[in-house]
Write a protein that binds this ligand. Structure first.
Ligand code: C5P
Length: 396
């Protein structure tokens, strides 16, 4: 897929810059051409010689390098590529991009380009979580900039959290998706997945058995058709797919907030198994065992995320798809659910224990629309996801 593609790779300053060397290697192995641009800070972490050696091309560094301007102006440089990739993208680079600065070669190229831009952020967790960075990220997403990562993990600085550069295969999958001419290219699609965890106290929670397998497969299938996928996931058993923007949440309330923050989208698929109830007032400290006395939990109803989004009067996604797991009278119940919640389609399945579907690898679904109920044969969850993604592509 990458053969013959031309990538302009901007390497920002950061300890993760060394991974850009591997990225260049892997991209070239797949037949892509890589034109590297090294920021001043980037050059503190990797040498121009190793970058240009691996890219087998000149590395561009300075806006005022007259030789470069004579050979190829910065406007041309920014547009000769099929895709501009920024990896690692520092907090500073994101701020410059969001603010429209053009005071060095990298920021000028990013302002001048007419090509899609994919950024792979990498920074300390506090810097990533800082309100300013989050504001900049939201602005850039609104501008259509694509993101891969950051991921969660331990950092070179000794802290733990979000801020790690996405792994090279993940960046390549995102590049692939960004360059794919799939039918969903240019479409932004939200997918919810996994269970939610509703706290009882700081160490206990209420959950369900959803593995997140079907939602993850849907997100992957949509990304493979070229969609820009926002994947809002509860604590699932399976890792999120490569090449999507992952938002991790724990509770239904957090999931609703993340979903609302992701709007507007062209379509939304609600595959998460959201807990219907939460503990009305979760204890701030661990509930103690007191002789003979049993704790009493009072419940409160969680927001219905699917219904909330389906019934939006302003900014409702043009296509809203829900899932319905039923154990009896599947079609009748799911048809009523579609009407009650106000979504466009419901993917209904029978999760009676004898079907082995819940937690299994296969699914047998019925796609219910306003006018039809279409039975699909039993197939792998990936195949269900691919078929659903194609249907979404046809509908958008
Ligand atoms: O009502 P039920 O839970 O069976 O509906 C299932 C559908 O509704 C799924 O698409 C699920 O993601 C969504 N849902 C939701 N928020 C809830 C409960 C369910 O989005 N609180």
């Amino acid at each position: 897929m990458l053969a013959g593609k031309h990538i302009l790779l901007i390497i920002g300053g950061g300890i993760a810059a060394f991974k850009s060397l591997d990225l260049i290697r892997r991209l070239r192995e797949q037949g892509a051409e890589v034109t590297p641009v090294l920021t001043k800070a980037g050059a503190e972490f990797v040498t121009p010689l190793s970058v240009s050696g691996l890219a087998a091309r000149k590395v561009y560094q300075d806006l005022f390098d007259l030789t470069d301007e004579a050979e190829m102006g910065h406007i041309e440089l920014s547009r000769a590529a099929d895709l501009v990739v920024v990896a690692p993208a520092t907090a500073d680079l994101l701020a410059k991009m969001a603010g429209g600065h053009a005071n060095d070669l990298a920021s000028t190229l990013l302002m001048a380009t007419d090509k899609p831009v994919l950024v792979a952020p990498s920074m300390n967790v506090r810097m990533w979580e800082h309100a300013a960075t989050q504001r900049n990220v939201a602005t850039l997403k609104g501008d259509g900039v694509l993101f891969v990562g950051p991921t969660e993990g331990s950092m070179a600085c000794g802290e733990f959290g979000f801020g790690r550069l996405a792994e090279v295969p993940e960046i390549i999958a995102a590049i692939d998706a960004a360059l794919s001419d799939g039918p969903l290219k240019g479409k932004r699609i939200l997918v919810t997945s996994g269970p939610t965890h509703e706290p009882i106290d700081p160490v206990r929670y209420i959950a369900n058995r959803s593995s997140g397998a079907q939602g993850t497969a849907v997100a992957r299938a949509l990304a493979q058709l070229g969609a820009d996928v926002v994947f809002v996931t509860g604590p699932a058993d399976v890792p999120p797919p490569a090449g999507v923007n992952v938002v991790k949440v724990q509770t239904a309330a957090q999931m609703l907030e993340a979903v609302q923050a992701a709007l507007p989208v062209d379509a939304a698929v609600f595959a998460a198994a959201v807990a219907d109830w939460r503990v009305a007032s979760a204890s701030g400290s661990k509930i103690k065992k007191v002789n003979g006395a049993l704790p009493v939990l009072e419940f409160a109803e969680n927001p219905d995320i699917l219904a909330t989004v389906s019934q939006m009067t302003d900014g409702r996604p043009p296509l809203v798809v829900g899932f319905a797991a039923e154990t009896d009278d599947v079609i009748a119940h799911a048809t009523a659910k579609r009407a009650r919640k106000g979504c466009d389609w419901i993917v209904a399945n029978d999760v009676s224990p004898e079907t082995g579907i819940m937690g299994g690898t296969e699914n047998a679904v019925t796609l219910i629309t306003e006018t039809s109920a279409e039975d699909w044969p039993r197939m792998g969850k990936d195949a269900v996801a691919q078929r659903l993604a194609l249907r979404i592509a046809e509908a958008l």
